[in-house]
Design a protein around this ligand. Structure first.
Ligand code: NCD
Length: 310
């Protein structure tokens, strides 16, 4: 078994290029097993705790679907309101107890760094499903898998990130993976929502190159355009959000003006930044991206649990 076995998935900085290539290969294998009906039963007898203390649709449902499709089972809690954390219990105590119940836990929490605290409390593998404005590693892994599946390669691509680069955890995570490849990034955002310095530091000394711009037209040169929502819930001052919320809109006209083969990705949910008139264009890859999430998470659950599926 590879270095994934019995490991937490907390931060995309933990992955080497070799790890990423291995995961892509394993996900392709998992996809074949899933399509031929042979995936069910691989996680027979295993139990997942699905702990979502912050809003989620795709991430929670795709993890739960992944577990069920492997024949594993799950227990879950959604929101603070219905967990003992609302009575003052610490995350540490909650995790200590969860450890006694299940084989693996997936956690989403509004506080940056919380998944590391959760993982530090237990000996079962913990998967970070989004910690505040910090990291969302499994989304990044499925985004990478989407790019490989849709474009057939990563090397040499121009990849544009558009929107909230300051608070968008999916961006913070994906750029750490892309740094291992010779790609060029266009970081398109308003001045107020630029990528924070601490994330730029992680890119130094890698084959990736990048440039920042406020001009959405940089989009026209992209092979992959990754559009993101302005993260309303992370703004300390709501007036600032109101000012920036409609700053960019990716619509049909803009997509038709770009390269013919440009694919549009979005982690979803979308608000105003991505128009529904893009949905019918062949460039729109975001619903396929959400679908890839299930097989990627199937592979990750098996790898973290140390269960082989060759
Ligand atoms: C993202 C998230 O939760 O960070 N959604 C997701 O997991 N697919 C993106 C977002 O909320 O904007």
């Amino acid at each position: 078994m590879h270095s994934y076995a019995h490991k937490n998935i907390l931060d995309t900085l933990q992955f080497s290029k070799e790890d990423l290539n291995f995961l892509i290969e394993k996900t392709q294998r998992m996809n074949l097993l899933q399509e031929s009906g042979k995936a069910f039963g691989i996680l027979n007898g295993k139990l997942l705790a699905s702990l979502f203390f912050e809003a989620s649709t795709r991430t929670r449902l795709s993890f739960e679907a992944a577990m069920e499709r492997l024949g594993g089972r799950l227990i879950s809690t959604v929101g603070f309101q219905f967990s003992s954390i609302s009575k003052g219990e610490t995350l540490y105590d909650t995790m200590k107890m969860i450890e006694a119940y299940v084989d693996i836990a997936v956690i989403r929490h509004p506080v940056e760094g919380s998944s590391r605290i959760a993982a530090g409390a237990v000996n079962i593998p913990v998967i970070n499903a989004g910690d505040g404005a910090g990291q969302h590693p499994t989304q990044a892994l499925l985004d990478l898998y989407t790019i490989v599946s849709e474009k057939g390669k990563i090397d040499g691509l121009n990849i544009a990130f558009i929107g909230d680069l300051k608070y968008g955890r999916t961006i913070h995570s994906l750029i750490n993976l892309l740094r291992h490849y010779p790609v060029h990034l266009y970081l398109i955002s308003p001045e107020e929502l630029k990528l924070p310095e601490k994330y730029k530091k992680n890119l130094e000394g890698y084959p990736m190159t990048w440039e920042e711009t406020t001009d959405i037209k940089a989009f026209w040169d992209a092979d992959v355009a990754y559009v993101t929502r302005i993260q309303e819930e992370r703004f300390p001052d709501h007036r600032e959000y109101e000012k920036l919320k409609d700053i960019y809109k990716v619509n049909k006209e803009l997509v038709l003006a770009s390269k013919k083969e440009t694919i549009i990705l979005h982690p979803l949910p979308r608000v105003n930044e991505l128009s529904t008139d893009v949905d019918d264009l062949p460039n729109a890859a975001y619903f396929r991206q959400a679908k890839y999430g299930v097989v990627v998470r199937m592979a990750l659950l098996c790898l973290s649990l140390g269960v082989n599926f060759d």
